[in-house]
Design a protein around this ligand. Sequence first.
Ligand code: 3SL
Length: 239
Amino acid sequence: MTNQLPTLDVCFSPELLPLYDLRGKVAVVVDILRATSSIVTALAQGVTHLVPFSELAECQAQAAAGYLTAAERDGRQAEGVDLGNSPFGYLDGVVPVRGRCVAITTTNGTRALHLSAAADKVLVGAFLNIGAIAEHLRRLQKDVVVVCAGWKGNFCLEDTLFGGALAALLQTDFDTTSSDATLAALDLWKTAEADVAGYLLKSSHVRRLNSLEAHKDMEFCIRQDEYTIVPVFQDGRIT
Ligand code: 3SL
């Protein structure tokens, strides 16, 4: 009798999700720049939970219910909210976040979370918590799909690099060879891992963030294992 390993697949964009059956699987949603990195940071800094919204108006309306509001559109903080989408918003102390709940909307990351809800379990992944995510997946022993948030439906380098880095960590526990997407992500990671920041300088999102003077965000978001939390998106909340 063969002891089959669970599979680890990588979905390069939410637009490709209809090709993936998430039922019975674990989805690891990743938007390295910057939504899932900010969500992980928020929870690590004592935010009680976050509720992701698709529409800006819906998110803004949660202020009346006591939520802090965080919103990004085209990389910039939206009007009329407390926070943008920089992880430093949860670290710099300008807006006290400990003990607060946060309503959040971003261009790609919060959309990818909602689109992954068919999975048995939806985890929020980032380089900041990659080791904890890997350990959690080893324990669950279920098929995994890394859902890359991408940019407006397009492939992006940084989320794919996370897929490759996670696959590299799990190579002996998961089947990382049966999906061409995972093989490609692994190859990309091998190319970039010695100098992730240098590699990502050419990415469209880093160029976009640089034009917004948010270069330090990229440097923070590629740090590995800053936190050991494994956020879960369930019943509309991330905890
Ligand atoms: O699209 C998103 O979810 C954001 O992470 C994009 S940005 O980094 O805030 O520009």
